[in-house]
Design a protein around this ligand. Structure first.
Ligand SMILES: Cc1ncc(COP(=O)(O)O)c(C=O)c1O
Length: 457
């Protein structure tokens, strides 16, 4: 960023900090015990994050007395907002009866029945404790079923934090090679280089270069995994032709297709595969299906998932908290309430938000984009069409960070990367308030946008 922009950002940080002495004091304590004062890198921002006191419905309340309209919803996991009354009641009722049993119980198969009834790709499902575990197990199932080891993922695709998925998530484009020969780049220090030897990376929405990799490596590839809408990369939507092409080619070459629906599971009551009309072999789920409590799930074709049936004795899958009673109670109450009408409602709020953003861009004469579909969108400081990770990487990401912190000072909380997710707890007035604040923020940022991204104004 140029000097003037850094000064502008610094001024926002000063305004932010001046109004948050309690968060500052808590941060000073927290760094004594937690590296960086937090326990999750994605929630860290400078000068220090606002510490939250509680959440209710569409709003969070920080320890300094600010009320924040929450467009982040714990990274899209809170489909009904905070402390959804039916979910709270279900958890309270369950916790008095115990939290976990090391034995099966009714709510597990009840939530299983609900998910299998809704997601077309699910014949059988297993629960775990995070989206990370869900994708890890989906890949393991694919390896066990096919007897092959390699995995194809997309550049920019995020599937959690296991080694093979910490590959080319947010790579430096100057090091990533050409689209027809993408280099696999470890996302973090400590990721096993040996594990990455099993990973092949393809460009999202690029039929030719994706099919080439599948064809050339099919004899060694167990599965291809995609986020049907690439979320953390910037809500990049898929071309239906690309989805169709990878479905046909993977099926023809004995490669299983996994849709990571950890985020997109909310796009319809049957996720993104129902929305786009594509049937993957396996899916992973997480976020909303646990009603705000840690969760993951994976499942799919009966002939694949049957390997987990201990009566057949093939696959071990355990976990102390798999299918624990609190998650099952919260998940069941939440998902029961996330019916067709609820899904339509959040998607309508999403459309209102997207259209509102487009009007703001037009009124302020900023030539920028909004990506996304359904109830999740992303502001992007670029005027180019966004079709893959590299298009987002070429946008001015730092401007989204300025927008984020400025919005916090105006009572709106989204994600630093520019994501806004709707919840059923929001009203149209809430969405309009959020838009009003985005308008005010962008209007003030115009001189900075002109410096950092002159092509947009
Ligand atoms: C598409 C996708 N898959 C997997 C994960 C990992 O889920 P978790 O954070 O619950 O491990 C995420 C998390 O954001 C995700 O967005």
């Amino acid at each position: 960023m140029k000097d003037q922009s850094l000064k502008y950002f610094e001024k926002i940080r000063e305004r932010y900090a001046a109004d948050r002495p309690r968060s500052a004091a808590m941060f000073a304590e927290a760094v004594k015990y937690l590296p960086g004062g937090d326990t999750r890198t994605a929630t860290f921002y400078l000068p220090y994050a606002s510490f939250m006191a509680r959440g209710e419905g569409a709003y969070m309340y920080d320890v300094d007395g600010h009320k924040l309209l929450d467009f982040q919803g714990n990274y899209t996991s809170l489909i009904h907002g905070h402390a959804h009354p039916e979910t709270v009641a279900a958890v309270q009722e369950q916790i008095a009866k115990g939290s976990a049993y090391a034995a099966p119980f009714e709510l597990q198969w009840k939530l299983g029945e609900l998910l299998v009834g809704r997601y077309p790709a699910l014949d059988l499902v297993r629960f775990c404790n995070s989206g990370t575990e869900a994708t890890m197990h989906a890949v393991r199932a694919a390896r066990a079923f096919t007897g092959k080891d390699k995995v194809i993922k997309t550049e920019g695709g995020y599937h959690g934090t296991t080694d093979i998925f910490e590959a080319s998530v947010d790579p430096d484009i100057s090091e990533a090679g050409p689209l027809d020969d993408i280099r696999v780049i470890p996302e973090s220090r400590g990721v096993s280089v040996n594990a990455l030897k099993d990973v092949l990376v393809v460009p999202f929405n690029d039929i030719e270069n994706t099919l080439k990799v599948i064809e050339a490596n099919a004899s060694e590839v167990a599965c291809m995994i995609i986020e049907p809408v690439m979320g953390s990369a910037g809500q990049i939507t898929p071309d239906p032709e690309w989805l169709n092409a990878i479905r046909e080619m993977t099926a023809a070459r004995g490669v299983l297709l996994i849709f990571d629906e950890v985020v997109t599971g909310r796009l319809t009551t049957g996720g993104a595969h129902k929305y786009y009309g594509i049937m993957p072999d396996l899916i992973s789920l997480g976020k909303i299906i646990g009603g705000g409590i840690p969760v993951g799930a994976f499942g799919g074709r009966r002939d694949i998932m049957d390997i987990y049936d201990p009566r057949l004795g093939q696959m071990y899958h355990s976990g102390t908290f798999n299918g624990n009673a609190i998650t099952m109670a919260a998940g069941y109450a939440t998902m029961k309430a996330y019916d067709e009408a609820a899904a339509d409602y959040v998607n309508e709020l999403g459309a209102r938000f997207r259209d509102g953003l487009l009007s703001i861009y037009k009124d302020l004469s900023i030539d920028m984009k909004v990506s996304g579909v359904g109830s999740i969108y992303n502001t992007l400081f670029t005027n180019k069409e966004v079709r893959n990770y590299r298009d987002v990487a070429a946008a001015h990401e730092e401007l989204n960070k300025i927008l984020f912190l400025d919005l916090v000072t105006r009572g709106v909380f989204n994600a630093e990367r520019g994501m806004f997710a709707m919840t059923t707890a929001m009203t149209t007035d809430d969405v309009d308030f959020g838009l009003e604040m985005v308008r005010a923020s962008l209007k003030e940022m115009l001189p900075i946008i002109a410096i950092e991204a002159p092509e947009l104004v």
